[in-house]
Design a protein around this ligand. Structure first.
Ligand code: LM2
Ligand code: CA
Length: 479
C-alpha cells in the first residue's frame, strides 16, 4: 500500500450540502485546505430518482435521499468528477466524508421510474435491477419483522417498528440479511477505493445496531491515511431505550442534535452564561462521541435549530461551536431557500443537474468561506491540545470569555452594545491579532489587536461579535 497521506491536523468539517463535485473540488483547493479544515462532508453521491416537475416543484433537494442504484452518477456530477474532487481535496489536505443512504432505496409510491444515470426501477414491485435488489431484499408490512399494518413507522419508541418498517414511505432494506449487507459494503468500499475517508450515515437510527456493526466490520481500513473510515451516524434525538443516541456509539460517532437544540435555546434566551456548564448538561452523548453541529439540512427546514436566517445569532453560535471543546464541529453550508416550500431544488438546470456554487450569488450560503470563520478554524486548530475551557467568565448579560490552556482566548458578545472588560487569558504577554477581524501580515495585523500584560487583557468586544486570539497569531508591536 502507498505511504499514508498527510492531511490537515484538524477536527473541523465543512458540510457542503448539495454542492456539486466540481464546486467542492474548487472549495477544497482555494478555501478549505488553505484555511486548515480537516474534512468536507458531501451529499449522497449514488444514483437517485429523478422526479418530474409535478413532484415537489422541479427536482426537490430530497431526490438524493432516494437511491435507485449505487452508481456514483448523480445530479451532483459524474463518477470521474467525484473521483477528481476527492483527489483535489486530499491534495489540499482535506478528508472527504460521504452522506451514505443505506437504510432504504426510493419510495414505493413513486410513479416515475428512472434515475440520473439512466437506471430504471420498479418502485411498487420493489425491483432495482441495477443493484440488483428484488422484493425479498425489503421489509414488508406483516412479514414478521415489520409488524405495523401499513408498513410505515408511526410508533417511534418501538425498536422493531423504527428499524424494520418504512421511514417516510421509503422501501426499507433487510439489513439483517448477508446479501443486503454485502451490497451495501460493496458500495461503501467502492467509495473508499475512490479515496473517501468517512461516512455520515443517513437514517442510522433505522438500522439495527447489530446489522450496522456487521457493515462497519466489512469496510476497508485502507483510507488515504491507512485508517478505518470515520463514522458519524444520524440518530434523531428523543429516542429511549435501545433507540437513544447513546446506544449507537459502539459503531461510531453520532450527530449532536441535542447539542444543536441547546445552542439554539441559549442563544435565543440570552443565557450564554450557562454555556460554561456544557460538560454537566447531561446531553444524550459524550463529547468524544459527538459530531457537533449548529444546523443541518433537515433542521434548517423544520426550524428546530438556529439557521442562516437567524443572522448574527447563527454566526455567533458557529464561532462558539469552534471555540468550545465539545465534539467534532461540523459547519454547514447549503443553499438559500424559502419557508413556503416553493422551489425546493438547489440552483440547477432543467434536468436537475446542480449548478456550480457561486459564493457571490445570494442563492448559495458560504459561511464556511467567511474570513472570520476561517480565522476561527485556525484558532481551533491552534488550541486543540488544550482539551478543556478554563476561566469561563460571564462579564455581563450575554458576554462571555474563556481560555484554552495557555494557547488561546475567546470572547463573545451577543448583546446589543459593545462590551469592555478585563479577562484572564492564560497567554504569554504580548500583542495578538484577532482572528475574527484580521490576519497577520508583514506589517502586523489587518484587524484589531489584543495586548496581554501579566496574563490579563482588557478587551472590547463589539456588539454581536467575538474576539479570538492565540499563540499562532502574534504581532510585533511598533511594526
Ligand atoms: C434523513 N435522515 O435520516 C435525511 O436527513 C432526510 O432529509 C431524509 O428525508 C430522510 N432521512 C430519508 O433519507 C428527505 C425528506 C423527505 C423525503 C425523503 C426522500 O425530508 O420528505 O421524502 O428525503 O426523498 C419524500 C416525500 C415523502 C415520500 C417519500 C418517498 O417528501 O412524502 O413519502 O419521498 O417517495 C411517501
Ligand atoms: Ca431499516
Amino acid at each position: 500500500a502507498d505511504a499514508a497521506e498527510r492531511l490537515n491536523d484538524s477536527d473541523v468539517t465543512a458540510n457542503l450540502w448539495e454542492w456539486n463535485w466540481k464546486s467542492i473540488s474548487q472549495a477544497c483547493t482555494t478555501q478549505l485546505g488553505p484555511a486548515g479544515y480537516g474534512a468536507v462532508q458531501v451529499a449522497p453521491p449514488q444514483e437517485s430518482v429523478t422526479l418530474p416537475t409535478s413532484v415537489g416543484g422541479a427536482h426537490p433537494w430530497w431526490e438524493v435521499y432516494q437511491p435507485v442504484s449505487y452508481r456514483i452518477e448523480s445530479r451532483l456530477g459524474t463518477r470521474d468528477q467525484f473521483a477528481a474532487m476527492v483527489q483535489a481535496c486530499h491534495t489540499a489536505g482535506v478528508r472527504v466524508y460521504v452522506d451514505a443512504v443505506i437504510n432504504h432505496t426510493a419510495g414505493s409510491n413513486n410513479t416515475y421510474t428512472s434515475g440520473y444515470a439512466g437506471s430504471t426501477f420498479d418502485p411498487k414491485g420493489f425491483g432495482y435491477p441495477a443493484v440488483p435488489y428484488t422484493t425479498t431484499d425489503f421489509h414488508h408490512a406483516g412479514d414478521g419483522s415489520c409488524n405495523d399494518e401499513d408498513g410505515q413507522i408511526d410508533t417511534w419508541d418501538d425498536p422493531a417498528e423504527v428499524q424494520n418498517c418504512e421511514l417516510s414511505g421509503l422501501s426499507d432494506l433487510k439489513t439483517e440479511t448477508a446479501a443486503v449487507r454485502g451490497k451495501i459494503v460493496t458500495y461503501l468500499n467502492d467509495l473508499i477505493g475512490l479515496g473517501v475517508d468517512g461516512f455520515r450515515v443517513d437514517a442510522a437510527k433505522h438500522i439495527p445496531q447489530d446489522d450496522f456493526a456487521r457493515i462497519v466490520a466489512g469496510l476497508d481500513t485502507t483510507t488515504a491515511e491507512g485508517v478505518a473510515p470515520y463514522i458519524a451516524q444520524e440518530v434523531a434525538n428523543g429516542g429511549t431505550g435501545s433507540l437513544a443516541p447513546g446506544q449507537y456509539t459502539r459503531n461510531g460517532d453520532v450527530l449532536g442534535f441535542s447539542y444543536a437544540d441547546a445552542l439554539k435555546n441559549h442563544f435565543t434566551d440570552g443565557t450564554l452564561a450557562e454555556l460554561g456548564g456544557i460538560p454537566n448538561w447531561g446531553l444524550d452523548l459524550a463529547s468524544a462521541d459527538t459530531a457537533a453541529m449548529v444546523v443541518n439540512h433537515d433542521t434548517e427546514r423544520d426550524r428546530n435549530t438556529l439557521r442562516y436566517q437567524d443572522g448574527t445569532k447563527y454566526t455567533l453560535a458557529n464561532y462558539f461551536m469552534l471555540a468550545y471543546p465539545h465534539g467534532r464541529p461540523f459547519l454547514y453550508d447549503g443553499f438559500t431557500f424559502s419557508d413556503d416550500n416553493t422551489g425546493q431544488s438547489p440552483p440547477a438546470d432543467d434536468n436537475g443537474y446542480v449548478s456550480d456554487t457561486d459564493c457571490t450569488n445570494s442563492a448559495w450560503q458560504c459561511l464556511t468561506q467567511s474570513a472570520a470563520v476561517k480565522g476561527m478554524v485556525a484558532w481551533r486548530n491552534t488550541v486543540q491540545s488544550a482539551t478543556s475551557a478554563a476561566d469561563f467568565t460571564a462579564t455581563a448579560g450575554n458576554v462571555i470569555g474563556f481560555r484554552r490552556g495557555s494557547l488561546g482566548w475567546f470572547g463573545l458578545n451577543a448583546s446589543a452594545k459593545a462590551s469592555t472588560a478585563t479577562y484572564p487569558t492564560g497567554l504569554p504577554d504580548g500583542t495578538y491579532c484577532d482572528r475574527i477581524t484580521g490576519v497577520t501580515s508583514a506589517d502586523g495585523c489587518t484587524g484589531s489587536t489584543v495586548t496581554v500584560a501579566g496574563g490579563k487583557a482588557t478587551v472590547t468586544i463589539p456588539a454581536g461579535s467575538a474576539v479570538a486570539v492565540d499563540v499562532n497569531a502574534t504581532t510585533t508591536t511598533g511594526a
